[in-house]
Unconditional design. Structure first.
Length: 104
């Protein structure tokens, strides 16, 4: 079983390392087994994928798609402050885990 990650689908994140450093985007997919996420955004690194013609893409050819980024290279952006912040988890009154920002 994969380790519990500090991010989830739909979070707005900032890339803090790598080719796309400084870019902000939204997580569209979490690959928990590989500890990677796919981030949607303008300045985010893309890869070229060669595809054969099929029903969805009758032309085939080369398509650009978002590259997976390691979870350690992204930080969740706090919507209140607009800055990236660390995430913590604590139990609420019902005993369910809740995420919170650890910002000062």
């Amino acid at each position: 079983m994969a380790k519990k990650l500090h991010i989830k689908k739909g979070d707005t994140v900032k890339v803090i390392a790598g080719e796309s450093k400084g870019q902000i985007g939204k997580i569209i997919k979490v690959l928990a087994e590989e500890n990677r996420v796919i981030v949607e955004g303008d300045g985010i690194k893309k890869i070229s994928k060669h595809t054969k013609p099929n029903a969805a893409n009758p032309q085939g050819g080369i398509i650009k798609k978002e590259a997976p980024i390691h979870v350690s290279n992204v930080m969740v952006v706090n919507s209140a402050t607009g800055k990236p912040a660390r995430i913590g988890r604590k139990r609420n009154s019902e005993g369910k885990l809740e995420r919170y920002f650890k910002s000062k």
